[in-house]
Design a protein around this ligand. Structure first.
Ligand code: C2E
Ligand code: MG
Ligand code: MG
Ligand code: MG
Length: 292
């Protein structure tokens, strides 16, 4: 009995998996058209300076208002777009829109744009970035590209065009941030040789602060990463900061920037000037939220 039930379960599981694959494939196919019809949009989340005095930064996060499936988060369509290559076109759209929005905000924040490894390997990225900056008038110093730790290590494979691409971008004054740091399996010694200007500590370490089980380990990781990043000339941002206690701990540990619901959730472009205003007014210094 157990055996046959197991078999039935397995068939069900297979069917499920099939349905999910069909679903993913349909999304990937619909993606290029969605760029045309205006179903894609960007929300922006501020990244605030914990020490104060540094200019504000805002991260662009893509969303898809799907006519049948409702609001889709990036986790639902970015991975499949990477598989099919649609990410290159989507990435170009995100870049153009983000630098155009950033150029229009009165506080003049820098804008951080997430890029996939496939975009970094696409030899057109340097050209696309230059074209987007030229069209918007945004200076290169106000653009930062975020690439996940795992993707960056892949892109740094010497047999691929990746490293040249990132170095060329960094040489133009564009920031390069290592995203979700601590979730991959980097050789820490390699960090020093990457053309990165910023390290973003993954939200999981921030979440462990104050947790009786995880606190000591999270604190040691954060302390080490701050030392390592600063010794390599990089700034450090903590992701997923949700309360004042975390913000205070992070500031005390030497973290430079913080991002999370404690300051602001991701909001539409039109709301960014007011959100930056509120965060600046809280302390009288732009970028320092005073909420920490
Ligand atoms: P990420 O770059 O690490 O972005 C941070 C994610 O954390 C965002 O999720 C954001 O909404 C969420 N977040 C912000 N503050 C908090 C907080 O206090 N607590 C918690 N629990 N979460 C918080 P989102 O928007 O769903 O994006 C997920 C990921 O999708 C991003 O992670 C990024 O890797 C990717 N992504 C987003 N937009 C793009 C894009 O335009 N291109 C590419 N290639 N990837 C993108
Ligand atoms: Mg990011
Ligand atoms: Mg991240
Ligand atoms: Mg993340």
């Amino acid at each position: 009995w157990a055996k046959s039930a197991g078999k039935a379960d397995y068939a069900l599981f297979d069917e499920d998996r099939n349905a999910r694959e069909v679903h993913r494939y349909a999304l990937a196919q619909a993606l290029p058209a969605a760029l045309e019809t205006g179903e894609m949009f960007l929300d922006y989340q501020p990244i605030v300076s914990l020490a104060g005095g540094r200019p504000p930064l805002v991260e662009a996060l893509v969303r898809w208002r799907h006519p049948e499936r409702g609001l889709l988060r990036p986790a639902e369509f970015i991975p499949v777009a990477e598989e099919t290559g649609a990410i290159v076109e989507l990435g170009r759209w995100v870049l153009e829109r983000a630098v155009r929005d950033a150029a229009a905000w009165p506080q003049g924040p820098a804008v951080a744009v997430n890029v996939a490894v496939r975009q970094v390997r696409d030899t057109g990225l340097v050209h696309d970035v230059a074209a987007a900056l030229a069209a918007s008038g945004l200076p290169p110093e106000r653009l930062c590209l975020e690439i996940t730790e795992t993707a960056l290590m892949d892109a740094e494979d010497d047999r691929l065009p990746g490293p040249g691409t990132l170095r060329a971008l960094a040489a133009r004054g564009i920031g390069i941030a290592v995203d979700d740091f601590g979730t991959g399996y980097s050789n820490l010694a390699r960090l020093r040789h990457l053309p990165a200007t910023a390290l973003k500590i993954d939200a999981s370490f921030v979440a462990d602060l104050g947790d009786p089980e995880g606190d000591r380990f999270a604190e040691s990781v954060i302390t080490s990463l701050v030392a390592l990043a600063h010794a390599s000339g990089m700034t450090v941002t903590a992701e997923g900061v949700e309360n004042a206690a975390q913000a205070r701990r992070l500031a005390a540990l030497g973290v430079d920037y913080a991002q999370g619901f404690h300051y602001s959730p991701p909001v539409p472009a039109e709301e960014i000037p007011a959100v930056l205003e509120r965060l600046a007014v809280a302390t009288g210094s732009p970028g320092d939220s005073g909420l920490g």
